[in-house]
Design a protein around this ligand. Structure first.
Ligand code: SF4
Length: 261
């Protein structure tokens, strides 16, 4: 999946951060994941163009933001306005922003946000019951047109019926944990979320078993290359109420109409 990492590095926030893959990969390169820095080379990615003048990030793309940090990190406050400006300038790209800091979102929204922009989806991480109960009410209260939940790495059974009942959350995706120290993901937890989403009319996707996966009391060590394949085989997918992202119509000369204000 295409990523945009305008900054790099993070502070651990909750249980799901214990084996953060960014810290793991940084350590392998002799770097310290707690060093938060603006990504000089990649900061302007959404506006970068190829030689032929077309955007590097193609119209209609779904771009995942800050997968090696958190978009709403306090240390990124000085850089975020410029990032919002780039997001505003590309109404033809869907920016999916995951966060473990929904309590910082409202104060971090840009001027002219209103009820939200069509090209932004906020995904709040809920790795266990405690974080679901803490973060999903905040997600429900925030002005976004597209809202989702990342139940990943899924660390236990989660009951989120009452949060889904508010009718704000469009999709939930669940997955296990990868990399060093990975904890077990149990199929029963995934099935439980699938059932809750089906009853609430919310989209659902089980996208990754993680490295350690248990089903009916049996523990499996799943090779990296099979984790997504095996998850897809489970067939736990539901289409939800979120409409497909359709970029605004292209105008003559490849110029895009800016429909956001
Ligand atoms: S919020 Fe994400 S990037 Fe930051 S420490 Fe936690 S898992 Fe890592």
């Amino acid at each position: 999946m295409p990523n945009w990492n305008p900054w790099h590095g993070c502070r651990k926030k909750s249980e799901g951060c214990q084996n953060c893959y960014m810290y793991f990969l940084d350590a392998k390169r002799g770097l310290d994941g707690s060093q938060i820095r603006r990504n000089q080379a990649g900061f302007g990615l959404p506006l970068q163009k190829k030689r032929d003048g077309s955007y590097l990030v193609r119209p209609g793309s779904r771009l995942y933001v800050c997968m090696a940090s958190d978009f709403f990190l306090e240390e990124a406050d000085p850089w975020r306005p410029e990032a919002w400006e780039m997001i505003r300038s590309r109404p033809d790209v869907l920016f999916c922003i995951p966060t473990k800091r929904p309590e910082r979102v409202e104060r971090s929204l840009p001027p002219g946000w209103g009820e939200g922009w069509d090209n932004v989806q906020l995904n709040v991480t809920a790795e266990n019951q405690r974080r679901a109960d803490e973060r999903l009410p905040i997600l429900n209260s925030l002005p976004f047109r597209r809202k989702g939940v990342f139940a990943s790495p899924l660390l236990g059974e989660i009951r989120m019926e009452r949060h889904l009942a508010a009718g704000q959350i469009g999709e939930v995706s669940a997955g296990g944990e990868n990399y060093a120290g990975a904890r077990v993901c149990d199929f029963a937890w995934v099935e439980g979320l699938y059932r809750q989403c089906r009853e609430a009319g919310v989209g659902f996707d089980f996208w990754d078993t993680g490295a350690l996966f248990s089903k009916e009391g049996k523990l499996y060590r799943v090779p990296y290359r099979l984790r997504r394949v095996q998850a897809a085989k489970a067939g736990l997918h539901l289409d939800g109420p979120l409409p497909p992202f359709v970029p605004p119509e292209e105008l003559d000369g490849g110029q895009l109409r800016l429909s956001l204000s």
